[in-house]
Design a binder for this molecule. Sequence first.
Ligand code: KG4
Ligand code: ZN
Length: 341
Amino acid sequence: MTRILGIETSCDETAAAVVEQRTEVLSSIIASSIDLHRAFGGVVPEIAARRHVETIDEVIRRALDEAGCAWDNLDAVAVTCGPGLIGSLLVGVCAAKAIAWQRELPLLAVNHLEGHVRSAFIEHADLEFPVMAMVVSGGHTALYLCPEEHVYRLVAKTRDDAAGEAYDKVAKLLGLGYPGGPVIDRIARDADDRAFDFPRARMKDGSLDFSFSGIKTAVRLAAQREGLERAVGEGDEEQPLLRDMVASFQRAVVDVLVRRTVRACKQESVSNVVVTGGVACNRRLREDFDIAANKHRLDVRFPSPRYTTDNAAMIAAAGFLHLERGRLAPPDLTARANYPL
Ligand code: KG4
Ligand code: ZN
């Protein structure tokens, strides 16, 4: 039985998990500092890093306790080493290095994006390769072709904002608070998603890349026109025009994400798809992917919400691929804010 301790601190979640035999999640503890950031309308890196320092020991101890796992029963430590907020990443990397050194365990350096891709295989280990993997979160929007389980070829990426960032910015400009995804998901339900015709950016060079900054600006202009900028105070999220506006925004974003993925699958002759990252919680995205899956004969899988947003089980799960291939990190491993997969 191989057991890996995973550690994730790339943004505002301090997370630790113990995973056995690739997919058996014995524990997954997540302590978010999101409440400290809300007043600022986004994650404040310095506050996030300080909170990681305060919380990480306790989170790791709880992950081991809940897994019923003693230090001696661990076979490796996997940690997110990038991309992300550098101060936040360093806390996790230092903790993992200390544990690996003191316990004489292999240290595994996991790319956060690889973690998101592998999150889908915790519950869908049967999915056969090649796979088209979408990572759609607050920091990233990209499609990777995975011919084999440990190979990631970038097929498309965003040229400006990530999709989750667009949700967060639109929510902010309407006064809906932070993070924007869950509240837009909720209030867009059953609203008129054709009330506004927001643009879907296409690349002139025919590439599959994404761009979400134009749609954000279009929503801002529409909100100014309709008198909805920062319209939401306490309790008036339910204004029909506002709900129609966010529903129309969501339709445009989801349309692009689903269509580009279908095109990428056709281009690369792939029919198995995983959709991961915080935005993959979105109800509309899941529904539209289901419709596209039927229409285009694709097998589209999503992780459960607990593995969709940032967590450490996905980091431990990715760690197995490194351990099995003997890809150990050096003892002087450092964190990298920019770290392409
Ligand atoms: O994967 P994640 O936890 O962190 C990053 O690596 O970025 O993703 C967070 C992002 C935020 O932008 C948040 O607004 C978005 O995921 N998100 C959603 C939903 N839940 C979270 N976006 C759309 N619909 C949701 N239900
Ligand atoms: Zn993430």
